[in-house]
Design a protein around this ligand. Structure first.
Ligand code: FPP
Length: 248
């Protein structure tokens, strides 16, 4: 991979030797994309799933180590039943294909979130995908499914509190690392860059603990229109920033 590459005339130069290790994306704007075209919202999610495929493949190609996407939040259950069912169906389709092509793609997959309320078939597919792909090295794609940042932190705190009661552990001994180790993301480095398309400028309960020092990139592009070029643009923007982690 060349050090600098111009992907297209309007794409800024990216230093491929110093990519962010971990990029996370809030895949937002599917509904508006569909509405603009007079299509049902579910068509927007189908288009969004295609974009996810393209971006996940490209992430691996350029050498990103971790890609985390927000596919379904703990709050998304409030959506109409047919929309929830359509998203679950898309996930099932994606996982079935992923399992079929696993030897070729060699992408490690993991799931962040409580999978218990999912349909048993989907839950098994998630477990199977994670299990089969765990031997792959290179790019790891994390799919946040029934995920909420507050829920994730609450579970970690509950676990630690139980440890204190059960084992008589001193609560004063609890460290930040103890919390990190009990999150769905345990062992995965914090995201360097978090991308939110669709013009919304909020975190929506996504990776609350892990994003303490993440750089955010917001764009008006709707997720189904998000492209490889847009990903490179966000990375180039990230590379121009100076990260001080509270220092000077
Ligand atoms: C947010 O857009 C999107 C979601 C809640 C669902 C995302 C799901 C997919 C992209 C498909 C399945 C995923 C995979 C990994 C195969 P929105 O509906 O809130 O859009 P809006 O704000 O324009 O209404």
């Amino acid at each position: 991979m060349p050090l600098f590459r111009k992907a297209s005339s309007d794409t800024p130069e990216v230093d491929f030797e110093h990519l962010p290790r971990h990029v996370a994306i809030i895949m937002d704007g599917n509904g508006r994309w569909a509405k603009k075209r007079g299509l049902p919202r579910t068509a927007g999610h189908a288009a969004g799933a295609e974009t996810f495929r393209t971006i996940a493949t490209y992430a691996k190609e350029i050498g990103l180590e971790y890609l985390t996407v927000y596919a379904f939040s703990t709050e998304n259950w409030k959506r109409p039943e047919d929309e929830v069912a359509a998203i679950m169906k898309l996930l099932k389709k994606y996982l079935l294909e992923a399992i079929e092509q696993m030897e070729r793609d060699r992408v490690k997959m993991a799931f962040f979130g409580d999978l218990t309320p999912l349909h048993p078939e989907l839950r098994d597919l998630c477990r199977q995908t994670q299990e089969i792909s765990k031997r792959y090295e290179g790019c790891q794609v994390n799919i946040c499914l029934n995920y909420g940042g507050r829920d994730e932190i609450t579970r970690a705190v509950r676990e630690l509190a139980a440890e204190c009661v059960r084992e008589g552990r001193d609560p004063a001994s609890i460290t930040e690392q103890d919390i990190s180790d009990r999150l769905f993301s345990a062992g995965v480095p914090d995201p360097d860059l978090i991308i939110r398309p669709s013009g919304e400028v909020r975190t929506s309960n996504f990776l609350l603990w892990q994003s303490a020092y993440s750089e955010y990139y917001f764009t008006d592009v709707l997720w189904p229109d998000f492209s490889k070029e847009e990903l490179l643009r966000s990375i180039a923007d990230f590379q121009r920033r100076s990260r001080r982690y509270g220092g000077v």
